[in-house]
Design a protein around this ligand. Structure first.
Ligand SMILES: [Zn+2]
Length: 339
């Protein structure tokens, strides 16, 4: 099969008119030629940070603090989850996964609570769906038997030395939230030599130096941070120092649409559109050890097709900026997510 239109090619997402030839789920060749098509073809998204488990609690708890919302065991999220049966939780996660696929997301780095049982519920929600979830489990280190990695809440909550060691033993990635509410848990998180930091809203210059020196990638979730009132992540400063990827965080707080996250991140940070696109695609793929995230020959054909002549996008001058700041799920005409 082939796809024609404006192709956002390579790691710079260079707009080029032409035709993509796809065979066996792989981009076989990129033909630069004049085509009669308004389509825009871009790589599918990799969401670098989600909590799908609270899909039952969308928009709950307006005005509550971060602790009141999500801190275990008594935060609103955990009370609502505790009241719901497994079928309800699985069905709600499956609806979020379907939405993410329709919104062009190929893979997500999912931070799953509830230990091994939590991972089992997620697996039920993923059954038969095309979205790939790289799961970061929580709780007892034995969760690493069923999860891809360990996802710690934060170094201020308790000591994660044993969990960190267990992840290393299992040759699995160890990720941890840091600097969401304040800066105090950032150095303790870095002391654990994590493979991924999440949030870093309150990173200081010294923390940025350390992140750069130790080459630790960061997942930022700017809409979530705005919703919980903790501040704005220094996306441009982090981007100067290390690999940054965008995540949409808790479904209860923010719709898991990478279009929305890109638009907000771009306006908040002033980072050029091509680099925001990288944060929404191949940077997350690289962090998760997945291939793809760019339109290059030989890459997996996980792609989004947009209608460049939709009422929203017609007349666009700068395609990359339009995709980042203006496009939405309503402009998506097709999503290819081969195995
Ligand atoms: Zn999180």
């Amino acid at each position: 099969m082939h796809l024609s239109g404006t192709l956002l090619v390579g790691p710079e997402f260079e707009p080029c008119e032409g035709r993509l030839h796809v065979a066996d789920g792989t981009i076989e060749s990129i033909e630069r030629t004049t085509v009669n098509s308004d389509a825009i073809v871009m790589p599918a998204f990799v969401n670098a940070h989600t909590h799908l488990g609270d899909s039952i609690a969308k928009e709950a708890g307006e005005g509550l603090s971060l602790d009141e919302l999500v801190a275990p065991p008594d935060g609103l999220k955990h009370r609502l989850l505790g009241q719901a049966d497994d079928e309800t939780l699985v069905a709600a996660m499956a609806r979020s996964i379907q939405f993410m696929e329709r919104a062009g997301t190929a893979a997500t780095l999912e931070f799953r609570e509830g230990g091994r049982d939590g991972v089992a519920l997620l697996d039920r929600a993923l059954a038969g769906q095309a979205l790939r979830a790289v799961t970061f489990g929580r709780g007892d280190p034995s969760v690493l038997d069923v999860a891809d990695g360990y996802g710690a809440s934060g170094a201020a909550d308790r000591d994660f030395t044993a969990e960190r060691a267990a992840a290393a033993d299992a040759d699995a990635p160890f990720a941890i939230h840091a600097g969401e509410v304040d800066a105090r848990d950032i150095d303790p998180a870095l002391d654990l030599d994590p493979d991924l930091l999440v949030h870093m809203v309150h990173a200081t210059e010294a923390h940025l130096d350390r992140v750069e020196r130790e080459s630790i990638p960061v997942a930022v979730c700017p809409r979530s941070n705005l919703a919980t009132g903790v501040g704005r992540p220094p996306i441009a400063a982090l981007h100067d120092r290390t690999t940054v990827a965008l995540g949409t965080d808790n479904v209860m707080l923010s719709s898991p649409s990478m279009f929305r996250e890109m638009a907000y991140a771009a306006d908040l940070s002033g980072v050029p559109a091509a680099e925001i696109l990288a944060m929404a695609t191949h940077n997350g793929a690289q962090i998760a050890g997945l291939d793809g995230g760019t339109i290059t020959e030989g890459a997996p054909a996980r792609l989004i097709v947009l209608d460049g002549d939709s009422d929203n996008l017609a007349g666009v001058q700068d395609v990359r900026r339009a995709v980042v700041r203006r496009a939405s799920v309503a402009d998506v005409t097709d999503v290819l997510l081969p195995e």
